[in-house]
Design a protein around this ligand. Sequence first.
Ligand code: F6P
Length: 357
Amino acid sequence: MRIGILNSGGDCPGLNAVIHGVVGAAAQLGCEVIGFRDGFEGMLPPGDYVILRPQDTIGILKLGGTILGSTNKGHFGAKIEKGEVSEVPSDIIAKAKKTMDSLGIGALIIVGGDGSLTTGLQLFRNGWPIIGVPKTIDNDLSATAFTFGFDSAVSTVVDALDRLHTTGESHKRVMVLEVMGRHAGWIALWGGIAGGSHVILIPEIPFSFEKIAAFIKRREAQGYHSTLVVVAEGALMPEGEMVTLGTSGEGEIRLGGIGERVALRIQEATGKDTRACTLGHLQRGGSPTALDRILGMRFGVMAVRLAVDGNFGRMVSYQAYHVDSVPIEEAVHQLRLVSPESELVVAAKAVGICFGD
Ligand code: F6P
């Protein structure tokens, strides 16, 4: 059997671990792997691909990014923004199908987020042998408890908070760190708790500056003169505004800028010197953590098993310490958000973390 694999959408640490898992498992089963370059774009005639043998993947487990490259949207963009779905044109699908057929690909593994898996679902409904592998640092895909890349992003947040902590203490400042995550607060929540943040602001919990200022003033009165604040890029300002940086070349809303806005308002409300820092794409780059390497590898192995068993239209999923799979259609178009009543939020509140609510 010939198995195709491509990485689509934004990159994240652990993509190479998936490739490592796919190539290793495929070789054991006597299958050949074709890696398409730059996502779906590599499938357009004449085809931009490479044969991947185990010896071609030596040392990639520890590498960030993807050896295959990726494309955000391109000719195959299926989803523009929350809830708004646009289909891939049929002539583009037909062209890519020619490449599939000429290479004799019997299964295509798509490693991508919600948008890329939506494209995968469309292709599956057109009769393609599709298998999905969920990927995003945001950890916001339903039907999987974790996506690889998330743990690495959280580690980067923790490292940044450790650094902001010492400079904040030296200058008795409020330090605000803006982190990624789009419309979900997972990165802010996990990174904030692990990094010792005192205030965590996420899209799922409306906040007010009065509450945050009162909390900071209480800390002052108790003798704590520095406060660490983590704000998710998708958190809404109390007036309901989502802070954006316009749209990307692909027409998608770019979130960002809330860190500076929050810092300004906290300074106004408390009179304390406040600084903001935006972590940005540092969260997407660099080596994957051990956990993401292992999760990525396991996802790759499961994807090959699904391919060999002819179990198409399914997405690899992680649930309760176990890697399994679910129908792709159950996994897309539904964000997995932080529940304000979840045990994690309750625990964070129990140790005194303020969510501004
Ligand atoms: O979905 C992953 C993510 O890193 C989000 O957290 C962030 O909002 C977005 O992608 C940034 O996308 P881009 O790389 O296109 O700026």
